[in-house]
Design a protein around this ligand. Structure first.
Ligand SMILES: [Zn+2]
Ligand SMILES: [Zn+2]
Length: 319
């Protein structure tokens, strides 16, 4: 089968490798689509180091083609979205339902081989069957959408609340879409006009000024957070989703005088967050595939990765 590996920073190669075996508690998935995000770019450029040759990709969807001997609740032919964070299920965090903080977490594409191959073996409980009615484009966005919906869940946003989304890259766009789904008002703060337009087409509202109840930071740019913080209402809540190693421009006075709540939100918690998104996709209440703006073939993987930072919306690879 064909797979795409990173041989050195910014160098990808399509290679021919054996198909993986399907373990007794795994399913074998024929991949059909893979979304790309900033985490993939970090691996691609070498800022998130991996051992070459490295199998890339973590936002995948496909179809089950084989089921392990001990798997009872998955069937050949089911379309699935892959949850690419395998928590251990045994540590204190996992037992408390806080699996995103599991210290033993297997992170597909980061510390475990990725999904950019024609076939991948996945632990059955992390391959989520979806309704036949869900379009491939929507299924490909399941993981990234779950990151956005989990940040919203953790924030406590309610219908009608006013939210400022800082950054309209793919995560910012999906947040706008998910806030709109919930009946909250989303306004974006983003310098790139094309991304602002795309956000508006996904349900973001025009708006400037301040007094926002919630801020969702997705850009990872400290200066953008600084600008956004001044626009949050007293008593507001700030969720950090974008990740940067750079120090924030923030003092305790910023938080104390205006009594702001600051919270980081990392991925999602297994299994409920993925289950909720798969449910929403099946009901058709949200269509995240609209954020996919650039489609590439497996053989065009290098172009696809190079496009992530320039394309407004999300790039994806179809198999
Ligand atoms: Zn991602
Ligand atoms: Zn754990």
């Amino acid at each position: 089968m064909r797979a795409v590996v990173l041989t050195e920073p910014e160098r990808l190669r399509v290679v021919d490798v054996p198909e993986p075996d399907c373990g007794p508690r795994e399913v074998l998935v024929r991949m059909r689509g893979l979304g790309l995000c900033g985490s993939d770019v970090a691996v691609y450029t070498g800022s998130r180091p991996v051992t070459a040759p490295w199998l890339m990709g973590h936002e995948g969807a496909g179809e089950i083609v084989a089921v392990g001997a001990e798997v009872e609740n998955r069937q050949v032919g089911q379309p699935v979205a892959i949850e690419p964070n395998y928590c251990c299920g045994r540590c204190a965090q996992c037992r408390a339902g806080f699996t995103s903080a599991c210290p033993n977490r297997v992170i597909v594409g980061m510390n475990h081989p990725g999904l950019l191959a024609e076939y991948v073996a996945v632990p059955a409980e992390f391959a989520w069957p979806a309704a036949e009615t869900v379009a491939l484009e929507d299924l490909v966005c399941t993981e990234a959408l779950t990151v956005a919906r989990s940040a919203i869940r953790r924030s406590g946003v309610a219908p009608g609340d006013r939210c400022l989304v800082v950054g309209a890259g793919s995560q910012g766009l999906l947040l706008c879409l998910a806030l709109h789904e919930l009946g909250a008002h989303a306004v974006v703060q983003e310098p790139h006009e094309g991304r602002v337009e795309l956000a508006r087409s996904l349900g973001a509202e025009a708006g400037d000024g301040d007094g926002y109840d919630f801020l969702f930071e997705t850009s990872g740019v400290p200066q953008a957070l600084r600008t956004g913080l001044d626009r949050v209402a007293p008593g507001g809540t700030v969720l950090l989703v974008g990740i940067s190693e750079r120090p924030l421009e923030l003092s305790s006075a910023d938080l104390v005088y205006r009594q702001l709540t600051l919270r980081g939100s990392l991925i999602y918690d297994h299994p409920n967050d993925f289950a909720d998104t798969i449910d929403a996709l099946g009901r058709g209440t949200i269509s995240p595939g609209k954020v996919l703006q650039a489609r590439f073939d497996l053989t065009e993987a290098a172009e696809a990765f190079a496009s992530v930072r320039t394309v407004a919306g999300k790039s994806w690879i179809s198999f």
